[in-house]
Design a protein around this ligand. Structure first.
Ligand code: PLP
Length: 406
């Protein structure tokens, strides 16, 4: 990855607390390149109007921009058609849509929803709520010490009572890439659907929903260079067609009577109200930007960086590293002896280094790891080995500063 890519991110050019910014919190949200910022600005300066309504020129420009972004998302993840792409606020909203609409309609008492204990709260609580509402049972695929799961355990956990298997493609804490394609095959053999939480995979690797044969796939724009407030749900057309909307109002209707109404066709029946038009435009621009660099190139860069980070971090005495030693994706989670991760993150911030500390929206996983919280450094296409070196030396200094605590 060359320096010119980094130069395209204005926010990275600043100093924080007197040091050049080292932004290593990309799993929480990514920074935005000039091309995305400009696309949103251009939209507001030249195209802004409401979509699917206006007969006037701006109305058609806004609609073209919005629907053009949907085409880009469909192409990016290799969906069969734009009917299969529902714009949402992000992964959380996408997963809630599937849990509230699909799961509640197909699950009854005694049916099973299968998850892992390492799911982000966004891929856990919607299923808990659905299970509580219909009397379904939640089951968990066991986790190995390095955060991986085995297909043998998936085979043992998924049964003919399973209606939904919901799993993250990449764990936001353990940095594990789950064998989603193989899990999909097992789920389908039992007549269940697979819902993939793609929040941490879509920004970092080539995703092909048809090759994975997943039934639903959720993504967040803000983690892949797009603005906040925009994301998407992919669903197989035959499943989406059978699902009821969960939000009702303008934009999503076909015919409205005083006592009954009916809905537009896909994908609009799930997009009640004025959508996040500028966000979709920004997501389209982010996809153009990432595709120009190439998703395989981005994945290679991050995996090199992750391997380098694991090597360098493991040199620090007393550090606990979570997840597999061999890393494919660019995030590393750790604890520095007994120093509280919030203290680590605060000391690093004083040197301009942004990392994440806390439970990472994975409280059940923290309990499984027997810790209250961890620190996490997560990389993206603009990060460098020099930044990993800065992280490591700052951690060594932090360890010395806290002395005996480590
Ligand atoms: N799933 C995973 C694995 C995540 O890492 C995140 C966010 O960190 C989410 C879901 C939720 O994404 P959002 O807050 O964009 O809806």
């Amino acid at each position: 990855m060359n320096a010119s890519i980094r130069e395209q991110f204005p926010i990275l050019q600043q100093e924080i607390n007197g040091h050049p910014l080292v932004y290593l919190d990309n799993a929480a949200t990514s920074q935005k390149p000039r091309a995305v910022i400009d696309a949103v600005k251009h939209y507001y300066e030249w195209e802004n109007a409401n979509v699917h309504r206006g007969v006037h020129t701006l109305g058609s420009r806004a609609t073209d921009a919005y629907e053009g972004a949907r085409e880009k998302v469909a192409r990016f993840i290799n969906a069969k058609s734009t009917e299969e792409i529902i714009f949402t606020r992000g992964t959380t909203t996408a997963l809630n849509l599937v849990a509230s609409s699909y799961a509640r309609s197909v699950c009854g008492p005694g049916d099973e929803i299968v998850l892992t204990e390492m799911e982000h709260h966004s891929n856990l609580i919607p299923w808990q709520q659905a299970a509580l509402a219909v009397g379904a049972t939640l089951k968990y695929i066991p986790i190995q010490a390095d955060g991986s799961i085995t297909l043998e355990d998936v085979e043992k956990t998924v049964t003919d009572r399973t209606k939904v298997v919901a799993i993250a493609y990449v764990s936001n804490v353990m940095g594990v890439v789950h064998p989603v394609k193989e899990i999909a095959e097992i789920a389908h053999r039992h007549g269940a659907v697979i819902v993939v939480d793609g929040a941490q995979s879509t920004p970092h690797m080539k995703v092909d929903v048809r090759d994975l044969d997943c039934d639903f796939y959720a993504l967040s724009g803000h983690k892949m260079c797009a603005p906040t407030g925009i994301g998407a749900l992919y669903g197989k057309k035959e499943l989406l067609e059978k699902m009821e909307p969960i939000e009702f109002g303008g934009e999503m209707i076909n015919d409205v009577g005083l006592y009954e109404s009916n809905w537009k066709e896909l994908p609009w029946k799930f997009e009640g109200g004025t959508p996040i038009i500028s966000g979709a435009v920004g997501l389209g621009a982010a996809i153009d930007f990432l595709e120009e660099i190439g998703m395989d190139e981005i994945a290679r860069h991050e995996s090199r960086l992750a391997k380098y980070a694991m090597d360098r971090l493991s040199e620090i005495e007393g550090i606990s590293l979570y997840g597999p030693r061999e890393r494919e994706v660019g995030l590393v989670t750790f604890n520095l002896g007994d120093v509280h991760p919030h203290d680590v993150a605060t000391v690093l911030d004083a040197q301009g280094i942004a990392i994440r500390a806390g439970h990472h929206c994975c409280q059940p996983l923290m309990r499984w790891l027997k810790v209250s919280s961890t620190a996490r450094a997560s990389f993206y296409l603009y990060n460098t080995e020099e930044e990993v070196d800065l992280l490591v030396s700052a951690l060594i200094q932090t360890k010395e500063y806290f002395g005996d605590a480590t």
